[in-house]
Design a protein around this ligand. Structure first.
Ligand SMILES: Cc1cc2nc3c(=O)[nH]c(=O)nc-3n(C[C@H](O)[C@H](O)[C@H](O)COP(=O)(O)OP(=O)(O)OC[C@H]3O[C@@H](n4cnc5c(N)ncnc54)[C@H](O)[C@@H]3O)c2cc1C
Length: 433
């Protein structure tokens, strides 16, 4: 039976009907809209070999797009993780949960079997030879090998940047990108009898992690080097309101934090403040995996450069997801990864489709509240309020709600909601960005 799919109107993720919440941004079914499972009419069966580097949402979507157009091709996904593609955004929302047994899988294991998509788990791509159309591999048993391709789809995603802070190499300092990271966190919590957690970084992932650990009963401190939480997505009012809400839940927030070093049991600030920490969650940004592309001579401009068909500078090589920049626009959200992956797979299979850029909203559920932000936050490139935007806002401190709409002339170009985010779907449709 054909699966019925829905699209989340807030983050753009597409998933099977019946979910209680969006597996990516966590909003409820009132924000879901039915979509066609596939809009492809193109079909071309060949015996080509499609090799997909990376088993994230972009790689999985690319594999599906190829199979929908080519029933004969050999499709292989190479991933250094031990899992089939899974819902990565759930990691910080459920940090201490046991995610083993494909609990977060986007598609169950039999989907890959049914679609004859061969998963090479625990396998690292080492280099790409674009002239010989070959990828060198380190296999799960440690041996080396290689695979030939006719079409290569590069979806290696991103890795966590570790801020160069003295002590960041210590064993109890962890970043969160993969299921393996959450296993490590659970081990540290057990082995070090953790009571105090410091989260370095007051962005979405840092705050989600802080909220989860606070809910689990740990003493949590968030250290943010800039002047406010989510300062790139929120205006100053929303940012300070979020700080107040987090503090009311018992989380200590230090903004403008200047970190001196991480020791075995604390994070020490330059002013001598010592924040106790048997576990440090480092959330200081992402960097795209571009090294293999760069070494292979594929054009890289901080990200792997792709056009709107997801073609790279190398023949027969496509790129998609977090590692790619599409017509100058970096991709950093789940829905963008899935869509660019789909476009890459479709074109690699011989179809002719172009990527229509999709924006993605920030939706965060943390500290017992919810935050939404889309489009401009009213600030200019220097981080200060930009007078070109007109703001209409309303705040209710007691209820912990805030709503701001930013206009450029008569156009709604940004919105921020704290506490009550029910206007999200309507704003998502209205905002011109
Ligand atoms: C904790 C967390 C929370 C997030 N929350 C949200 C959210 O709420 N909303 C949202 O829209 N987005 C969120 N994101 C971002 C979202 O998960 C990414 O945009 C998305 O996963 C990107 O997909 P991708 O396929 O491009 O890359 P990835 O998902 O990173 O997949 C790339 C895969 O390639 C593998 N790989 C890398 N190098 C090699 C190699 N040499 N050989 C073999 N395999 C390799 C990686 O291990 C990985 O499995 C979150 C991300 C994280 C980490």
């Amino acid at each position: 039976m054909e699966k019925r799919m829905v699209k989340c109107l807030v983050c753009g993720a597409v998933f099977e009907e019946g979910a209680d919440v969006c597996p990516v941004c966590g909003v409820g079914p009132e924000n879901f809209e039915p979509v066609e499972a596939s809009d492809s009419t193109f079909s071309k069966d060949t015996d080509e070999k499609f090799v997909i580097l990376g088993g994230g949402p972009a790689g999985r979507a690319a594999a599906q797009a190829v199979r929908e157009r080519n029933t004969e091709a050999v499709i292989t996904i190479i991933t250094m993780e031990d899992e089939i593609p899974y819902n990565r955004p759930m990691l910080t929302k459920a940090l201490l949960k046991d995610h083993s047994g494909d609990a977060l899988a986007i598609e169950a294991a039999d989907w890959y079997e049914k679609n004859r998509i061969y998963m090479m788990k625990g396998t690292r791509a080492l280099s790409i030879d674009t002239a010989g159309k070959q990828v060198a591999l380190e296999l799960s048993d440690g041996s080396h090998g290689a695979t030939q391709y006719d079409k290569l789809i590069y979806t290696l995603g991103a890795f966590c940047f570790v801020a160069p802070i003295k002590g960041s190499e210590l064993e109890h300092v962890v970043t969160v990108r993969n299921i393996a990271d959450t296993v490590r966190i659970r081990d540290i919590v057990k082995d070090r009898d953790v009571k105090n957690v410091v989260c370095i970084g007051g962005g979405v992932m840092g705050l989600e992690g802080a909220s989860t650990m606070n809910d689990e009963g740990f003493n949590v401190t968030v250290l943010e080097t800039s002047s406010g939480l989510l300062h790139r997505q929120l205006d100053d009012k929303a940012s300070s309101m979020l700080k107040d809400i987090a503090e009311s839940k018992g989380v200590k927030i230090i903004t403008n934090a200047k970190i001196s070093e991480i020791t075995g049991d604390a994070v020490v600030l330059e002013d001598g403040t010592s924040c106790p920490a048997e576990l440090v969650l480092m959330s200081t940004g992402m960097r795209p995996y571009t090294q293999l592309a760069e070494e292979a001579g594929i054009a890289v401009d901080r990200w792997v450069v792709a056009n709107e068909r997801m073609e790279t500078s190398a023949g027969s090589v496509y790129a998609a997801g977090d590692c790619a920049v599409v017509n100058g626009q970096p991709q950093a959200f789940w829905a963008q990864a899935e869509e660019t992956g789909r476009i890459a797979g479709a074109n690699a299979a011989g179809d002719d489709v172009v990527y229509e850029p999709i924006g993605s909203a920030l939706v965060m559920h943390a500290f017992g509240t919810a935050v939404f932000s889309l489009g401009t936050n009213g600030k200019g490139p220097d981080g200060n309020p930009d007078p070109k935007y007109r703001c209409e806002s309303e705040a209710d401190e007691k209820a912990g709600t805030y709503s701001a709409r930013y206009y450029d002339g008569s156009n709604l170009v940004g919105a921020i909601l704290v506490g009550d985010i029910s206007a999200m779907p309507e704003l998502t449709k209205q905002i011109d960005f």
